[in-house]
Design a protein around this ligand. Structure first.
Ligand SMILES: [Mn+2]
Length: 336
């Protein structure tokens, strides 16, 4: 069945106006998750006349993402306790029912699954399932829905979607497809540049620089691999931000960054090389000790009980990439 017909089926189901609809992102939503949730909210409003609610259950950490939500007035809220139980239908964006990075209540009806991460538990349950691992962003997929119904979007939504595609594909440089490229270029004409600039270059809190210092001081190198630990990170997303940053270092092609937040150990993986499948690698490295996922050139996840499990994770990582632990050397030996 064609995409539009499948979407029409969803719209038909939503003609029962007594049902409450929740759009759910992953626990700590990134710009792609936030933008696609916002776009789906807009889509459902325009096509089915439904006013859905958008929820996440963790933290919007990165300053850029907080400003994105504030500045663009995106109606996303944090789910507390049993609050989500009152909803009848769930639409998951940038995540899937079987993944451990969302708080989908058990036994609830999954109406939509829209994602571009790999399906680690086989087939997804849901009325409308659109999971395309080859697409660089969920935002571009929702753009396609809006496009197929010829829905005119606002400058605010265009800005959110553009930023979502931009961050997930590193500005059409990492893990992107022709769909990302098409909408990135199309949205470019509608973006509110002033707001985009405010989102991309915000004022940063001092804690950001303290994490940065920790990352530099504890960085260790083995050939073209760099590993570092922020210690306590001021927000979980710092690991991704630092991993992106260290990947720019000459001679480095793979980066692993750890950071602790609320007694959980977050990690991010980045590579400049093709065919590394870091999403799958992250999934395998965390088996039984946490959860992980991602794409080809970027991956990440969270490890429970860091005291016990960090070593297990690192042993697996060393083995996977042929690292001899005693040959790891300090990046910046002058400091410690
Ligand atoms: Mn994404």
């Amino acid at each position: 069945m064609k995409l539009k017909e499948r979407l029409n089926k969803v719209i038909e189901i939503l003609s029962d106006k007594s049902k409450k609809v929740c759009i759910l992102t992953h626990t700590n939503p990134d710009p792609d998750a936030i933008a696609s949730a916002y776009a789906l909210w807009f889509f459902l409003k325009k096509t089915a006349g439904v006013n859905a609610a958008i929820y996440y259950d963790g933290i919007i950490g990165r300053i850029n993402n907080r400003i994105m939500v504030e500045l663009l007035n995106i109606p996303i809220k944090k789910a507390r306790n049993d609050f989500l139980k009152k909803f009848d239908y769930f639409c998951l964006v940038d995540t899937q029912p079987g993944k451990r990075n969302n708080c989908l209540p058990k036994g609830k009806k999954v109406l939509m699954v829209i994602d571009h991460h790999f399906e680690d538990n086989g087939k997804n349950e849901g009325e409308f399932v659109d999971v395309r691992e080859n697409v660089g962003s969920t935002a571009a997929m929702v753009c396609q829905y809006l496009d197929s119904f010829k829905i005119e979007i606002t400058d605010t939504l265009a800005t959110a979607l553009f930023y979502g595609i931009k961050t997930d594909t590193d500005g059409l440089l990492r893990d992107f497809s022709s769909i990302d490229e098409r909408y990135y270029k199309k949205l470019f004409l509608k973006v509110d540049y002033k707001k985009l600039h405010m989102i991309e270059y915000p004022e940063l809190p001092k804690e950001y620089f303290f994490d940065f210092a920790d990352a530099i001081n504890s960085a260790r190198v083995f050939n073209d691999i760099l590993i570092t630990d922020l210690g306590k990170a001021f927000v979980p997303d710092m690991t991704g931000e630092m991993a992106d940053y260290f990947l720019r270092m000459e001679g480095i092609s793979l980066v692993l960054v750890f950071g602790e937040f609320n007694n959980m150990l977050y990690f991010s993986l980045r590579t400049t090389k093709r065919g590394k499948r870091l999403g799958r690698v992250s999934y395998e490295l965390t088996e039984g000790i946490g959860s992980g996922g991602g794409h080809n050139k970027s991956g990440g996840g969270v490890i429970t009980n860091p005291l016990l499990n960090k070593k297990i994770f690192l042993d697996r990582f060393f083995k996977k990439f042929g690292i001899t632990a005693d040959k790891l050397t300090l990046l910046y030996p002058g400091i410690i």
